[in-house]
Design a protein around this ligand. Structure first.
Ligand SMILES: Nc1ncnc2c1ncn2[C@@H]1O[C@H](COP(=O)(O)OP(=O)(O)OP(=O)(O)O)[C@@H](O)[C@H]1O
Ligand SMILES: [Mg+2]
Length: 350
């Protein structure tokens, strides 16, 4: 039996979610436990690294035990352990990696360090995806849109990715988070903007759909500035003055217009990449891939172009440990495991 056919424990602590999961046969979810620190950080309008690592320390052991309990297994039933070792907040990563090393040393289970972004993409292989990605569907294009990344990647084989386009400034999730602050919608901004946008008119305000020359790269920082300018105009303020937070219908219309601008920009570049690469499969990954409008618009475009559209359920798009265990299953089968020298990285080669 290959290692990936057994049960793999995944551990994720790269940002503000403490997560553990058990996956069987590399794709079947046996358990998934996520302890989110969202409410702790909301008071600060974003993730405070020092608080994040302290909260991981408090939560991790309980989360791992809960994942084993939910899967109705003990340590001796596992075949391996995967843990995120980058990219992410160093202090947060260290908590997960140190715990994983301790479990590895105590149980003798093989250990692999996992690239968080490769794991986001690997969520598409989970059997609970509506139309899971399989190796037969490769090569494919995957849009990876999260708090720190907006990449269009060419996926040759699991773990073999070429970044075709990226953001030159803010990531899509970062843009949502910053815009939500301008609109007085709180943190995390993506879900808050999506909720507010439900009551809004996406055509109410004409915000730009930014392009970076002829490339498929993204640039979202100007969109936040355009949103601020729009608010200044509505409130009759000069460029030098900070606008007040909108409320009511105006807030909903601005949220809908902003969401539409981000989504249409992502959809345009992604579909161009699909056409240019000549592939017949598109996948999506990362927290922003949980956005309903983005999922609907890409589904429409893919249907019109006869492209198979793969998307993990929303809770496998935001940070989770199922994706870490899936990526770990493949790593354990295809390379030497790591050891107690496993290090953490704030950035990783992609
Ligand atoms: N429904 C949604 N619509 C839009 N954005 C969303 C939605 N849900 C979450 N997001 C955004 O996704 C981001 C979080 O995604 P994720 O947890 O993958 O990021 P991260 O792990 O912090 O960054 P990275 O994966 O790049 O290291 C946040 O910016 C959040 O606002
Ligand atoms: Mg992430």
């Amino acid at each position: 039996m290959s290692l990936s056919e057994g049960l793999i424990l995944g551990i994720e602590t790269s940002c503000d979610e403490t997560a553990a999961a058990v996956v069987a046969g590399g794709i079947h979810v046996r358990s998934s436990v996520v302890a989110s620190q969202e409410r702790v950080h909301a008071a600060f309008g974003g993730v405070v690294p020092e608080i994040a690592s302290r909260k991981h320390t408090e939560a991790l052991t309980g989360v791992v035990e809960a994942a084993l309990r939910e899967a109705e297994i003990g340590w001796s039933d596992l075949s391996g352990i995967g843990v995120t070792n980058g990219p992410g907040l160093i202090g947060s990563l260290l908590v997960g990696v140190s715990a994983a090393k301790a479990y590895h040393a105590a149980t003798g289970l093989p250990l692999v360090g996992i690239n968080h972004l490769h794991a986001h993409v690997a969520a598409n292989f989970a059997h609970i995806c509506g139309d899971p990605l399989t190796c037969d569907a490769l090569p494919a294009i995957c849009l990876v849109v999260s708090g720190g990344h907006s990449d269009i990647v060419f996926l040759r084989r699991p773990g073999d990715y070429e970044v075709l386009a990226a953001t030159v400034d803010d990531a899509a999730g970062e843009a949502f988070d910053k815009a939500a602050r301008v609109l007085g919608l709180g943190y995390p901004g993506g879900p808050a903007i999506a909720r507010a946008a439900e009551a809004g008119n996406p055509a109410a305000y004409a915000l730009p759909r930014p392009r970076v020359g002829e490339s498929l790269d993204f640039s979202f920082s100007g969109l936040k500035t355009a949103l601020i300018r729009q608010l200044q105009q509505i409130q009759g303020l000069p460029l030098s003055e900070q606008p007040g937070e909108p409320t009511g219908q105006m807030q909903a219309d601005l949220a809908a217009s902003f969401q539409s601008a981000v989504v249409e920009t992502l959809v345009r570049n992604t579909m161009q990449a699909v056409t240019a690469a000549g592939v017949s499969d598109l996948a999506i990954a990362g927290g922003v891939a949980a956005n309903r409008l983005l999922r609907e618009r890409l589904a429409e475009e893919c249907a019109a172009a006869s492209i198979a559209f793969h998307r993990p359920p929303p809770d496998l798009c935001t940070d989770n440990a199922v994706m870490i265990a899936i990526a770990a299953a493949r790593r354990l089968d295809n390379g030497a495991p790591d050891n107690l020298n496993l290090d953490v990285y704030s950035a990783m080669p992609r």
